[in-house]
Design a protein around this ligand. Structure first.
Ligand SMILES: Cc1ncc(C[n+]2csc(CCOP(=O)(O)OP(=O)(O)O)c2C)c(N)n1
Ligand SMILES: [Mg+2]
Length: 646
């Protein structure tokens, strides 16, 4: 897929559709049609002529159909005809119009209601059409099955790439918390919030609590859909589940813990349970590299935090006096992960911009290799590490040092050469170290910390410490002898090391392809005996999710792993300026990287209020650190011969 490919997400205003649009934008796709007004307005999906005209006009290369009408048990019971008729009409209009267009791929989002009520669990696609449907959602499920069948028939008759994706029960921020219309998670979240706010003595849960369900967060589902869109050959029907099924009672227990609700839980057994067990067999999905970014419990925490924050904002805003909590949760959300990533990215960027600004005054006593543009690699990986894990880096050290939690005051004082610096002012930018934070050191010698990281990991294993060691280095370091030696030994001894190659395409002024016969660094790492992955896009969320997974596997004794993270250095190799006039690389080469700058991407996911709050705090911290460095003393002459090793 190409960033310029035209993509249409039908139902971009639904929980799932909105998440898919967010995900596509984050991945850098710029031509998403049907999201605006006038010429770019979405078609009326219930009107075949409108859908036809829209598809003819935009000719999208990829279509994801997340439109249509869905709801919980209650709506299925009270308005089955409305729901079935609406879905039949919408699906037929869109699928038929898409059939004329023959897009590169069409994804239809089906429903797990389509599985027979007595099909073996977990539900596998081959069980479709093998038995009667669950009575409470019969009409809705039949409509969805018809559309699914139509997609398969088109694939068979016309050879078009139409596939159906069946998600587990979806939830996420933006879902309405209306108990009559919504799905179980959003309904429960809203109930718990209200019960907590009112200190209600009792909270009533529909049914017995026994049914088992598999839930998937809308953002994870969107991520899986993007993978599906670009996969070379997915099957015609795939299940998209999180792999985590729980009973409603367990879900309720999680919510009691998350919300701190103190009252009594009462199950209303007179209400219908729906299907007793619904869990998807997502073997195909899990045979790919895709994994959910968080556990169910973590997602519930995120959803509940956003619900309470939005409800609080709603209560204090005079403009929303007449709207409901349900409306409030459809507003933009400030998820804790976004805020954390933004704080880290913004902090590193601004610290380095300040370094560049003051550099010409000669206050800074050491050369500086800035990471501006590459920060997301350090942030994504270090966020996945535990505080007790450690990291080693290269002379391009600021990003990993700060992301791992190194002292900012100590770093700036070190750059100023002051006695209060992390190495007493004797080391400078290229040798930052803060052992208390697990920042184990950097070196001016290319590749030098690779064997140090491996040695540390061996020590940790020998001494029975469950630590993971991350080591950051440039692609230039892969030309050093220690690269092969270190990876070989780590693989041989199954050491807990995550090797993180920041491939910015250059070593000083020389391009990678002018230096390496085999620039495929990942292939070279894999040849030394470890799982190796290449991340082309500099997508901080993808890298964070992959890092969490890798760190966990490494911690469990799975041996070392290798990440090649493609990125781009915006500044000169060493020093405070840009150097696009230097003649070794064109400015245009930087543009796409600057366009999808992680800092911008994450900022766009935050509300102005939260973003400004973070920025204000970080600016204060930076001012404080520079003032601290400025007023600190120089090391005295007596320091000249201390800390010497020879
Ligand atoms: C062993 C060694 N050889 C050569 C150098 C000179 N040198 C300093 S930085 C650098 C480029 C390294 O490029 P890369 O590893 O890609 O890191 P980047 O600067 O791009 O982050 C070189 C060759 C050195 N410091 N150490
Ligand atoms: Mg490089």
């Amino acid at each position: 897929m190409h960033p310029d490919d035209c993509i249409y997400v039908a139902g971009a205003d639904t929980l799932v559709g909105a998440a898919i649009v967010r995900r596509l934008k984050r991945a850098g796709f710029q031509r998403l049609v049907g999201l605006g007004q006038g010429n770019d307005a979405p078609p009326n999906l219930r009107d075949a002529a409108s859908v036809n005209a829209f598809l003819q006009q935009h000719a999208p290369k990829y279509i994801i159909h997340a439109g249509g009408v869905s709801a919980g048990i209650q709506t299925n019971r009270t308005s089955p005809a409305d729901m079935a008729a609406a879905n039949l009409a919408i699906d037929l209009n869109l699928i038929q119009a898409a059939r004329q267009l023959r897009p590169q791929r069409f994804i239809y989002l089906g429903s797990s209601c389509c599985y027979p009520v007595n099909a073996p669990q977990p539900l596998a696609p081959q069980s479709l059409w093998t038995g009667p449907l669950e009575p409470t959602s019969h009409a809705y499920a039949s409509a969805k099955l018809s559309a699914m069948s139509l997609c398969q028939a088109i694939r068979q008759q016309d050879g078009c790439d139409f596939i159906t994706a069946i998600p587990a029960t979806v939830f996420g921020p933006g879902d309405h918390g209306d108990a009559q219309r919504s799905h179980v998670v959003s309904a429960l979240l809203a109930k718990f919030r209200q019960a907590c706010a009112e200190s209600a003595p009792e909270l009533e849960i529909w049914g017995t609590g026994a049914p088992v369900r598999e839930f998937i967060a809308a953002d994870d589902l969107a991520d899986a859909c993007l993978m599906l869109l670009s996969h070379p050959a997915p099957p015609d029907v795939v299940n998209l589940g999180s792999g985590e099924a729980v009973s409603i009672a367990t879900l309720v227990e999680m919510l009691v813990e998350i919300t701190g609700y103190q009252g009594r839980i009462v199950y209303d057994r007179s209400k219908p349970d729906g299907a007793p067990h619904k869990e998807l067999d997502s073997s195909w999905l899990f045979s790919t590299a895709w994994r959910p970014s968080r556990s169910l419990r973590q997602w519930l925490e995120v959803a509940y935090t956003s619900l309470t924050e939005q409800a609080a904002a709603h209560e204090t805003s005079p403009h929303t006096a007449n709207s409901t909590v349900a409306d409030a949760v459809t507003m933009p959300v400030d998820q804790p992960l976004d805020a954390t990533l933004y704080r880290q990215l913004y902090r590193i960027r601004r610290v380095e911009e300040e370094i560049a600004r003051v550099y010409p005054t000669d206050c800074i006593q050491s050369p500086v290799h800035l990471s501006i543009g590459q920060e997301a690699v350090s942030v994504a990986v270090c966020e996945a590490l535990a505080a007790s894990d450690v990291a080693f880096g290269s002379y391009r050290s600021h990003a990993y040092y700060l992301a791992k939690g190194g002292s900012l005051r100590g770093m700036i004082a070190e750059l100023y050469g002051k006695a209060t610096g992390v190495a007493k002012g004797k080391a400078g930018s290229m040798h930052l170290i803060d052992v208390a934070a697990g920042v184990m050191g950097a070196s001016a010698v290319v590749g030098a910390t690779l064997p140090q990281a491996v040695g540390y990991a061996l020590g940790a294993v020998e001494q029975g410490r469950q630590q993971v060691v991350a080591v950051f280095f440039g692609e230039g370091a892969t030309e050093e002898g220690v690269f092969a030696e270190s990876l070989n030994f780590a693989a041989l001894k199954k050491l807990p090391v995550l090797f993180v190659c920041e491939n910015n395409g250059y070593a000083i002024h020389s391009r990678q392809d002018a230096r390496q016969a085999l620039p495929d660094v990942t292939a070279r790492a894999a040849s030394l005996g470890m799982p190796a992955r290449r991340f082309e896009e500099m997508d901080i969320y993808q890298l964070f999710a992959a890092s969490c997974e890798a760190v966990e596997t490494i911690r469990q004794g799975g041996g070392p792993q290798f990440f090649e993270c493609c990125c781009y250095r915006w500044m000169e190799h060493v020093g405070p300026q840009q150097d696009f006039g230097a003649g070794y690389r064109p400015a245009a080469e930087a543009e796409p990287w600057m366009e999808r700058d992680a800092l911008k991407v994450v900022a766009a996911r935050l509300s102005d209020r939260v973003r400004r709050e973070i920025e204000t705090q970080v600016e204060e911290e930076i001012n404080d650190a520079f003032a601290f460095a400025q007023r600190s003393d120089w090391p005295g002459p007596s320091e000249l011969f201390t800390d010497l090793y020879a």
